[in-house]
Ligand binder design. Structure first.
Ligand SMILES: CC(C)(COP(=O)(O)OP(=O)(O)OC[C@H]1O[C@@H](n2cnc3c(N)ncnc32)[C@H](O)[C@@H]1OP(=O)(O)O)[C@@H](O)C(=O)NCCC(=O)NCCS
Length: 184
């Protein structure tokens, strides 16, 4: 398995896979494709036999959630002041390759890159499924020491208002999110 930084040519694949597995909706495809210039956007991919089997992407210098949450934005901004933050955007591993530590390795790489880019904090939004499972629970700790944590039930309930849908619940999403601020 090779781990390397994503380039503009990877963005379309990342957009398609993110829309299919993380959040449905044309908006996701459009948003990710608009980052082709890689301005304030970076990521790591896991590649096997020339195929992308996993990726972890980030937004540089901004607090961003899948959909607007101004109350969370304010809390995080108050905590970090003007210091540089990196926000975890998409994390995905092809089902055929799961359980082999690929996501953990991607997260380790992302943390190193975030520090190299002068990031002082790393923000994660971990998806909580309706049955309470948090797929990224054991992966986000690789993004640094947790200095703030909040679990928000039904974090995605307004997805439909922004033209998005949950891959599990559809329009009426009952999934939550575990928001964590990490010191890099
Ligand atoms: C979450 C995901 C990226 C994990 O990828 P992975 O390469 O299998 O993860 P790892 O092998 O590095 O697993 C690290 C740990 O997390 C646990 N884990 C991985 N996927 C999990 C899941 N779906 N549910 C619960 N725990 C999970 C593993 O058991 C492992 O624990 P261990 O160290 O005690 O053995 C992958 O399941 C995925 O792409 N899921 C769909 C998209 C998604 O949910 N992304 C995260 C959105 S916040």
């Amino acid at each position: 398995m090779q781990y390397c930084e994503i380039c503009s040519d990877d963005i379309e694949t990342i957009a398609v896979l993110s829309e299919r597995h993380l959040t449905h909706g044309e908006k996701i495809i459009k948003d990710i494709n608009s980052r082709k210039d890689l301005k304030d956007y970076f990521g790591v991919k896991a590649v096997e036999d020339g195929e992308i089997v996993g990726f972890y992407t980030c937004i540089e210098g901004r607090i961003e959630f899948t959909l607007p949450h101004p109350e969370m934005y304010r809390i995080i901004r108050e905590m970090i002041g003007d210091e540089k933050i990196i926000t975890g955007d998409t994390l995905y591993v092809n089902p055929a390759y799961r359980g082999r530590g690929i996501a953990s390795e991607l997260a380790r790489h992302i943390t190193v890159m975030s520090r190299e880019r002068g990031g002082k904090y790393f923000l994660t939004e971990a998806w909580i499924h309706p049955d309470g499972i948090i797929p990224a629970k054991k992966i986000v700790p690789f993004n640094g020491d947790v200095i703030y944590e909040k679990t928000i039930p039904r974090f995605y309930s307004d997805l439909y208002k922004y033209g998005m849908e949950c891959p599990i619940c559809g329009k009426n999403c009952v999934c939550g999110a575990q928001i964590e601020l990490h010191r890099l």
